[in-house]
Design a protein around this ligand. Structure first.
Ligand code: ZN
Ligand code: ZN
Length: 142
């Protein structure tokens, strides 16, 4: 699970604890599946002197250190989240871009087996389920 305090998570990952990293971590915890630009928007109110570059750097440091995961739905901005300990998948709304987590079917990677693995030793499967979120589906029906 995600540690309760940003500083603990950063230290555990071997990252120096800085104001901007702490603010970015807290923003990601409150807003999972956020783009770097979204995170910057969430960080600014609590750290007005944060630069866009410091936020982007923190996100990349987190991902490289394994405490954040990058997800890249085709044709959309790269998104970040702190849920890294499992092989979960995502539902993405084709209309508004809402993202929801979907648990791995078997509980560990890879949760899907290709019909033909062409000799690959498969270690992960990332699935994006595309569709309309309930809000968008309701709007379309109205
Ligand atoms: Zn939607
Ligand atoms: Zn997720």
């Amino acid at each position: 699970m995600t540690p309760a305090h940003a500083a603990d998570a950063l230290r555990a990952a071997g990252l120096r604890v800085t104001e901007s990293r702490t603010a970015v971590y807290d923003a990601l915890r409150e807003h999972p599946h956020a783009s770097a630009e979204d995170v910057f928007g969430h960080v600014l109110p609590r750290l007005p002197r944060a630069s866009r570059q410091s936020v982007y750097n923190a996100l990349n440091d987190f991902a490289d250190a394994g405490i954040a995961r990058r997800i890249e739905p085709a044709g959309r901005s790269m998104l970040f989240e702190l849920r890294v300990s499992d092989n979960h998948h995502h539902l993405v709304c084709t209309r508004c871009g809402a993202v929801r987590d979907v648990d791995c079917v078997v509980g560990e990677a890879p949760c899907l087996t290709p019909s033909h693995d062409h000799g690959f030793a498969v270690h992960a499967a990332e699935v994006t389920f595309w569709g309309l979120c309930p809000d968008c589906a309701a709007e379309r029906a109205a």
